[in-house]
Design a protein. Structure first.
Length: 174
């Protein structure tokens, strides 16, 4: 395992504030603004669900992690367009969404302008009277500082804790 070097306190706070801003933008359904101002064009955005197997069970040779979301910028752009179209049944009536980010760790990435961010998250989505979906997951992010000095998401790997996603969907972004 490669050694990770924690960033200076000022950078940690800056990253924390960017993540808080991101969650607020998503709660306010500012998806297009999020995509165009906070996401790199070469984004890799993945969510996986792990198959839970007994440690001694060697019968299965396939992958343990199953991607339930695997997108690039064009795919995220299509998802945003779908949300903007008014044809997305899962957001009508509008959802109430809360994102919680905790256990935040920020490390220097492979280049001076890159940061590796580990966090634990919870998203609670409420819709209609009795529809509530809660997702707990870990996130491994890479954020890059552009020439303009702003941080943008370059990679997000979401590790969903559930074996099967129990909600009706898990609309991005997590």
């Amino acid at each position: 395992m490669e050694e990770l070097n924690p960033v200076a306190h000022e950078i940690y706070i800056e990253v924390q504030q960017v993540l808080f801003k991101e969650t607020r933008m998503l709660r306010e359904e500012r998806w297009r603004e999020w995509l165009e101002t906070m996401v790199e064009k070469d984004i890799v955005y993945r969510a996986i669900v792990s198959q839970l197997r007994f440690r001694k069970d060697n019968r299965y040779t396939g992958e343990k992690d199953v991607p339930s979301l695997d997108e690039n910028w064009a795919g995220l752009d299509r998802r945003v367009a779908q949300m903007e179209s008014g044809m997305q049944w899962t957001t009508d009536p509008a959802e109430r969404v809360r994102h919680f980010i905790t256990n935040l760790e920020v490390f220097q990435g492979k280049t001076p302008n890159e940061y590796v961010i580990y966090s634990n998250c919870q998203t609670v989505r409420n819709r209609r009277v009795y529809e509530e979906m809660t997702y707990c997951y870990g996130r491994n992010d890479i954020w890059r500082r552009g020439a303009d000095g702003k941080l943008r998401l370059a990679r997000r790997d979401v590790d969903v804790d559930e074996r099967f996603v129990s909600g009706k969907n898990h609309n991005f972004p997590m």
